[in-house]
Design a protein around this ligand. Structure first.
Ligand code: FES
Length: 213
């Protein structure tokens, strides 16, 4: 929360609590991904860099793909106009998020993203965490309600690459500084506020695929 909102929460708690309750109720029939996309677009419309970056990361965490973010930006063209869309893309480029990087094979092309086979989906077991080498590091896969969640093997604390031996059961303890993560949810355990980055994935034919290079 910004310093200004924090101030208003203290100075006008009833009004501000009602405002936040309104926001929560207003989106309750939307799924989390749709809510996240709409929030990103509102931040682009307002051109608030901190809010845009915060809500973009939240959207990616909810499983929204880079391609969907770009689609939403273009779909909102009638209200955003090219200037605000370019502003948003400038923000994306400054953030240097892997999801939005063009693979070498895509330089000069416009068709995002490049998908790569990670594993045959049928080989995934719901009662264990799977570890695979991909994109120059390791990624971790778990099944939740039949859906594969793929966690990037980079620690959000200091961006070192996790090792397979950091994992015990469903828990990952970073060999860097000991931060602990639940591989079922991607959330930090004691280090609340940190979470693993969820990679974009899909099932294509028999394979689970991820993007990136
Ligand atoms: S780099 Fe992982 S805990 Fe510090």
């Amino acid at each position: 929360m910004s310093e200004a909102l924090d101030y208003l929460m203290q100075a006008r708690p009833e009004a501000m609590q009602a405002y936040f309750k309104f926001l929560k109720l207003a989106g309750q029939r939307l799924d989390p991904r749709t809510r996240a996309i709409i929030s990103v677009i509102t931040k682009v419309d307002n051109q608030t860099p901190a809010g845009f970056r915060q809500y973009l990361k939240r959207a990616l965490q909810e499983g929204v793909s880079a391609a969907e973010i770009l689609d939403a930006l273009l779909l909102a063209f009638p209200t955003l106009g090219l200037t605000k869309i370019v502003w948003a893309v400038d923000q994306l480029l400054e953030m240097d998020l892997p999801e939005f990087r063009l693979a070498a094979s895509q330089q000069g092309k416009t068709d995002l993203p490049v998908w790569r086979d990670l594993v045959r989906f049928a080989e995934l077991q719901s009662d264990r965490i799977h570890c695979f080498a991909a994109n120059g590091r390791h990624v971790f896969v778990t099944l939740r309600d039949g859906e594969a969640l793929v966690w990037d093997g980079v620690c959000p604390h200091r961006q070192i690459h996790f090792k397979p031996e950091d994992v015990t059961g469903e828990t990952l303890v970073c060999h860097g500084h000991g931060h602990v993560f639940d591989l079922r949810t991607g959330l930090g355990v004691a280090n609340t506020g940190e979470s693993l980055r969820r990679l974009e994935s899909r099932v294509c034919g028999e394979h689970l695929q991820i993007t990136g290079g």
